[in-house]
Design a protein around this ligand. Structure first.
Ligand code: ME8
Length: 645
């Protein structure tokens, strides 16, 4: 893999307002791709930044009573802070007001003027200030509104302007797209661009003289460079074009990741501009779909926004965990739920569901089901596997196919499929563990139990490496619990492709559940641990009232997980001759298997109720604190049925 490079960019975002979840969506996707390519051994460069010029920014700064520079400094800082908060690993952050950028934008403009591709003329047309773009009459919505910003009126703009000979390159571009079909993805966007170009390219205006907040045209300072021409050049100015070391190393870019509304700028204007300037064209523009809310696009100008930081804090509070874990969940959710490329509606219950089902249950629980067993039965050290004990071939195969398929999926930015492969592995690992049930076999065949625990943790090790691009915080915590000496950050894809690399003898470090479940109200009500939270108001009761409680000792005869729930266990208990069923919410603190045989304390005269189609009669008493649960048990082998008085 030595010598392979990967250069990925996001759009540089406008600083007319603070970032929202739509911006986070693109940036998280680019971050996962960049982190993955680093993992796969590519020499990777990941660029994002801010687009700080144009009449919009000039206007919003003046509305806020500050200079455009003060305004852009303030909002650029908001973007940088958000990227840090979301654990974005960009290698550079380019701002179009930086001199390293302005120099390049001005240089290219002058060069194209000298070669005759930019010429002086007049431009008239319908202009949307939110898009910073002219539209043809035929493209406008009702009342000459913008086709992208629904309801926003375009303005008739007529001014002396420099123009760029886009028309001259129409045939070249059509040929180029045909010969390099993967240059515009997905296919629907390629078709859209092709038909737009076939419809005929008109020369475009590339300067403005009605305002001054922009990069001055070097040979005619009455004009500033059109903000889109200025902005697009960020992808090479950040590399130190023309003679920077990074430009030589990373250009042409592997992927310009953008939202679908700006595909035309990236897949028509930008390649033509580069070609005219004799600069290589990027390998690909990938235009993803829109994140919507109630079917409407998140957008500052449309007034539909979600602050990703506020959302992550909310999720963290609901799960009773810290914010970086909630950030991981958001990163995962956005790329799991919506096939990348298509539009998708944001929906918080779906996020909560993914948090519980995928992250807490399928991934986090694998650790809670194994690491404490190693601690309890194997002195805290991961035992050596015995080849003859049980069949591990399905686990090995699924893990190899998850790890081997990933690079191709990420190259295609098919995040959902990549995650599907990893989840297949987690599914097989959970099933393997259920079937092997080391908590049972440890009593009869220690070697088999040890082998099962080793193999499950080996699957966890591999999944943890593979998931690290999506879940940088959670995978680090999982790695810490595994106790492996070599840091996670040093792992490469090859380490996940080698079954058996988990060193036997490793000392595990049990810890708190990495993704504590988010309890929605109805499930909490169905779960039985005594509600003795520290904040509950406790009022005094009389001894007679206490005597009304029928609290008795019981033994758990059987316990099994209630299907399609994350937390509930159906337990059969013996109250000294009387057998009852009680539904209790004890997972992940307890697994059904370990409850069997325990002598516990039950509130026996609680009204029966139906939970998930089963009559539950009574309540297992348990202490609950800081999200943890401990069952009450008894000393001196008190007999089943004995009353607590
Ligand atoms: O267009 N769904 O900046 P911008 C998905 N400065 N992605 C969304 C989104 C949504 N609802 N809303 C925003 C600009 N995005 C120019 C770019 S590049 C040389 C200049 C993301 O602040 C998506 O990537 O309007 C979209 O293309 C971008 O933010 C637009 O950001």
């Amino acid at each position: 893999m030595a010598g392979k490079t990967y250069y990925i960019t996001t759009p540089i975002y406008y600083v007319n307002d603070v970032p929202h979840i739509g911006h986070a969506y693109t940036t998280i996707a680019a971050d996962v791709a960049a982190r993955f390519k680093r993992l796969a051994g590519y020499d990777t460069l990941f660029l994002t930044g801010t687009d700080e010029h144009g009449v919009n920014i000039e206007r919003v700064a003046s509305q806020n009573g500050v200079s455009p520079q003060e305004w852009t400094d303030r909002i650029a800082a908001e973007f940088k802070n958000l990227w840090q908060f979301l654990n974005i690993s960009n290698d550079d952050f380019i701002r179009t007001t930086e001199s390293r950028h302005q120099r390049v934008a001005a240089g290219i403009f002058t060069h194209l003027f000298e070669t005759g591709d930019i010429y002086q003329g007049r431009y008239e047309g319908w202009y949307c200030t939110s898009c910073e773009s002219f539209y043809l009459e035929s493209e406008l919505g009702p009342d000459r509104t913008c086709p992208v910003h629904t309801g926003k009126k375009t303005e008739w703009t007529s001014e002396e302007s420099y123009l760029f000979r886009l028309s001259k390159y129409q045939d070249w571009l059509l040929r180029y797209i045909k010969e390099h079909p993967s240059g515009i993805e997905p296919e629907a966007r390629r078709n859209e661009v092709t038909s737009f170009v076939r419809g005929g390219l008109k020369d475009i205006s590339v300067s403005r003289s009605t305002f001054s907040w922009g990069v001055p045209v070097p040979f005619d300072p009455r004009h500033v460079i059109y903000v889109w021409i200025d902005a697009l050049t960020n992808y090479i100015s950040a590399l130190g074009y023309p003679d920077g070391e990074r430009f030589r190393r990373y250009w042409p870019a592997d992927v310009h990741l953008v939202g679908k509304e700006i595909v035309r700028f990236h897949a028509v204007y930008w390649p033509i501009l580069l070609h005219a300037a004799r600069i290589e064209v990027p390998k690909q523009t990938f235009a993803h779909g829109w994140l919507t809310f109630g079917g409407k696009r998140f957008s500052k100008s449309l007034g539909i926004v979600i602050d990703p930081a506020a959302l992550a804090r909310e999720i963290a509070a609901e799960a009773g965990t810290d914010v970086p874990i909630a950030v991981d969940a958001l990163r995962y959710f956005l790329l799991r739920e919506i096939p990348f490329g298509a539009d998708g509606d944001f929906n918080k219950p779906a996020l909560v569901h993914r948090f519980n089902a995928d992250l807490a249950n399928d991934y986090g629980n694998l650790l809670s089901r194994t690491v404490p067993q190693i601690e309890r039965h194997f002195g805290g050290q991961i035992p050596s596997p015995a080849a003859t004990k049980g069949s591990v071939s399905l686990l090995r195969e699924t893990s190899a196919s998850a790890a081997n398929g990933l690079d191709a999926y990420i190259t295609r930015l098919d995040f959902a499929r990549a995650l599907d492969g990893i989840w297949r592995l987690l599914g097989v690992a959970n099933k393997y563990l259920d079937e092997e049930a080391p908590w049972r076999s440890v009593k009869t065949d220690r070697e088999r139990a040890g082998t099962a625990l080793y193999n499950t943790l080996e699957a966890v090790r591999i999944a943890t490496i593979l998931l690290s691009p999506w879940l940088p915080t959670a995978t680090q915590r999982a790695w810490d619990q595994l106790g492996i000496g070599a840091p996670l950050s040093n792992q490469r894809l090859g380490d996940a492709q080698r079954w058996g690399a988990l060193p036997a003898g490793t000392r595990v470090r049990p810890g708190a559940p990495i993704f504590p479940r988010i309890e929605s109200k109805p499930v909490a009500a169905a779960s039985a641990p005594a509600q003795t939270g520290g904040n509950a108001e406790v009022s005094a009761i009389s001894i007679d009232e206490f005597r009304k409680l029928d609290i008795r000792i019981a033994e758990i005869l059987e316990a099994k997980r209630v299907p399609n729930t994350d937390k509930l266990i159906e337990a059969k208990i013996d109250l000294g001759g009387e057998v009852r069923t009680i539904i209790t919410g004890l997972i992940p603190q307890y697994q059904p298997e370990e409850l069997v045989g325990k002598r516990i304390v039950v509130l026996a005269n609680l009204e029966p109720r139906r939970v998930r189609g089963v009559d539950s009669h009574g309540m297992l008493l348990a202490a609950e604190w800081e999200g943890r649960v401990a069952l009450l048990t008894v000393e001196k082998n008190a007999p089943k049925g004995a009353r607590i008085t």
